[in-house]
Design a protein around this ligand. Sequence first.
Ligand code: GDG
Length: 491
Amino acid sequence: MSRVVLVSNRVMDLRKAAQAGGVAVALADIVRTRSALWFGWSGETAPQETADAVSREGRIVTVPLTASDYEGYYLGYANSVLWPVFHNRLDLAQFEAGFFERYMAVNSRLAALLQPMLRPDDIVWVHDYHMIPFAMELRKRGVANPIGFYLHIPFPPWQTFMAIPEHQQLAHALSAYDLIGLQTKADVGNFVTYLENGVYGRIVPDGRIRLFDRLVSVASFPVGIDVEQFANAKRDAGLVQARQSVSRIIGIDRLDYTKGLPQKFKAFGKLLEKYPQYRRQVVLTQIAPPTREDVEAYASIRRQLESLAGSVNGRFGELDWVPIHYIRRSTPRRRLADIYRSSRICMVTPLRDGMNLVAKEYVAAQDPADPGVLILSQFAGAAEEMSEALIVNPYSIDGTADVIRVALEMDLTERQARHAALMAAVRKHDATAWAESFLAHLARGRSGEDPGSRPPRTIRRALQKLQQPTRAQTRMKALGQNRVDGRIMSR
Ligand code: GDG
């Protein structure tokens, strides 16, 4: 069996694997159970002179970023351009000069550091939006191995993607992969439509896509969880509930503007306003560990949530009942199964989400004899497989409040029937199935070289255009700087 080389922005400490999320666990399993190497950023920054120092501990290889890499590549292009655009938030995208160049430079530097470690029969699996150009950089250095890419976040509608000034360069970079995996069929639809409309991609008779001068396979591989970890978790972790008679609605989401947290708080407030009989009977516990706090949009969602929680609690709270428990910290993983199991309802209501593992973890952790109810946004990738959840449009505050009421009133027979169907879906695509199906597809794939003689004229023209620097790049080069007159030049 070939060695698998995993590449991702962050690499996990294998000793802490039991505490990590589904994907990290699945990747850690690959590294532990077969011949493998995991390569990525160490999470540290270092001065330019030592930034190429590779650390190797067993099968884990990490490299630091410089401070300007962290700014331009991580906070900049990855999290202030790609993350908002892929989640349909063009209004939050910061198309600043210099971000894209740093993004490309980091991918190029990391690929150069990995290349000497590769063996001819390795298969390489690159993860997520931080690393789109990685395969192209390896190919430039002569790497001919099969290379696959998996996008954990959604792919946006094609016109939205075309708003990225460098969309053609990104598409060209994606053409260096042999297999591109997405979360859902809807994402595959969006991606293929973009390739056809944006960069002259064409589906060939064997189902692959002719993209520039290569052939690429595109398919959906819905990501899953380690079901047993939640189904068989010890039941004595001891979650203390204030009053047994109060039903808990749980929410566990990174503090991110894509997760629909303000809408969730508003819908809960609306429930208490419209249906006063639920006051003192129900609490919303929202655990929201902060991430990417250096990006302004994240500081702003944090302020918004604090004010909303304060306003709902101020309006409806009593001396012995606080309606919203808002916890802006991370909770130890070993407590999650108990928290899920003791919650009557779980609200997973993102405005956009690649998959959403919390939805799957909640279902896996339930007692099948007395399960809770999952309320799931139609905009989470998970809704494609989990149609037995109560599906809501999170933008409809009134509609969501009504669905919370339905969940609170649902009888045992219906809860059991829905849970059984959801559990079957969660088991079908668990974390192991996800990783194995992707790797099997990649391993049996054909070479991505296009057997056709020459790419058509339209594609040749697009290729030539890509090889020329953009107007902004030429202008910046002439000025010898990234910022013009101290102002950030936007593109
Ligand atoms: C990206 C995509 C896609 C959360 N809070 C705590 C905690 N968590 C764990 C959850 C879960 C994981 O983090 C979150 O996974 P999600 O899937 O919900 O969301 P993202 O972090 O945005 O992940 C997403 C995923 O990649 C996989 O492809 O599904 O769409 O955005 O496992 O349990 N864990 C602990 N304490 C917390 O407070 N220990």
